[in-house]
Design a protein around this ligand. Structure first.
Ligand code: PLP
Length: 345
């Protein structure tokens, strides 16, 4: 099940869904608005709403558009019970094994499972949970969540789903029947201490912008708002036409790598809304009209995120609509997947 919430982690939900169609059995989104974008684009594969229904009205709408709901609260069962028995959508059942965000308590798993199964005319729901710390090198918390899940569900006949990207990589025994990769699909590393390259993941997104001005600044001059960066020597500064209004993080520190040609040059000065400034004194490739590679294969989005005190997930998910998207190859390369791949629809 491909997680394509948050506009396909900023890549474009429909583009991503079409690119991986044939390699996945279903899609996961956060909410009904995202699911409807898939349906309106003609995507017919199963779609699961990870947040479940936000209100009883979404039970009917989910049924009408053939969407699956993650049932995570006894109230959801009441809403289902109130719906026409012939018009109940497919459902999963989420157990809260320690994330404490969504899901029913393990002690209620058996009774909620029985009630849900009855409401679904005997069809067993997939039972799922979500890990809080699968990216932590210390496996203790995830082991405890998995043990709680197994204890609560061992007597219930149903498929299981537990693993996000980090657990897919670090906890193979959590794979069960459905895995739910998100960030790794886009080529990012879910771990702070292991790079995407270490994990043989390749980025789906390359984010670049044009250099629109290059100037010389004298030693001692400040660059950008608040003159955060000051030239320690006579310097060449390139102005790149992307800023925080384009999804580049304003909190990126001086020195954050920006690649121009083969050379990485350091960000110099605060990122502004539409532009950023880069110290290209040692980078002869930095001329007006050249492209600055902000993230992609080098530097990786995880590295840029670390320079801004955040994670690559946030940078991808915050990619704003104003950035023009160019889809270079919307198919998943045959070398990247072992399964035979039907053509993209
Ligand atoms: C977002 C999400 C995932 C995917 O997480 P990644 O870390 O991006 O792989 C899986 N399951 C649930 C419930 C989620 O909300």
């Amino acid at each position: 099940m491909a997680c394509v919430k948050a506009d396909g982690y900023g890549h474009g939900i429909v583009t991503v869904a079409q690119a991986v169609a044939g390699n996945v059995d279903a899609y996961a989104v956060a909410c009904i608005e995202e699911a409807l974008r898939l349906r309106d684009a003609g995507i017919a594969a199963p779609v699961l709403l990870l947040e479940g229904p936000h209100g009883s009205d979404e039970i009917d709408e989910a049924y009408a558009r053939d969407l699956s709901l993650c049932i995570s609260d006894p109230r959801h069962l009441d809403w289902l019970a109130a719906a026409d028995p012939g018009r109940r959508p497919e459902c999963w059942l989420k157990i809260d094994t320690g994330m404490h965000r969504l899901g029913i308590a393990p002690a209620l798993a058996a009774c909620c499972y029985a009630r849900l199964r009855a409401l679904l005319n005997g069809v067993p729901p997939v039972i799922c949970t979500h890990f809080a710390s699968a990216d932590n090198p210390d496996p203790t918390a995830t082991r405890a969540q998995l043990a709680s899940f197994d204890a609560a569900t061992s007597a219930l006949a149903a498929p299981h789903s537990c693993a996000n990207s980090a657990a897919i990589i670090a906890f193979p025994d959590s794979h069960r029947d459905w895995v739910r990769p998100g960030y790794m699909l886009y080529g990012g590393s879910p771990f702070a201490d292991r790079s995407a390259t270490d994990l043989s993941l390749r980025p789906a997104m390359a984010f670049s912008a044009e250099i629109i001005s290059v100037r010389e600044v004298a030693a001692g001059e400040g660059v950008g708002y608040g003159a955060r960066w000051r030239a320690a020597r006579p310097s060449r500064i390139a102005t790149v036409a992307a800023g925080y209004g384009d999804g580049y993080p304003r909190h990126a520190g001086d020195g954050t790598p920006v690649r121009i040609g083969a050379v990485r040059s350091p960000l110099a000065g605060r990122v502004s809304m539409d532009m950023m400034t880069v110290d290209v004194t040692d980078n002869p490739a930095a001329v007006v009209g050249a492209r600055a590679e902000l993230w992609g294969s080098d530097p990786g989005v995880d590295e840029v995120a670390a320079c801004a005190g955040t994670i690559g997930y946030e940078l991808l998910a915050a990619m704003p609509a104003r950035v023009p998207r160019l889809t270079i190859d919307a198919s998943v390369g045959a070398d990247r997947c072992s399964a035979p791949r039907p053509s993209v629809d």
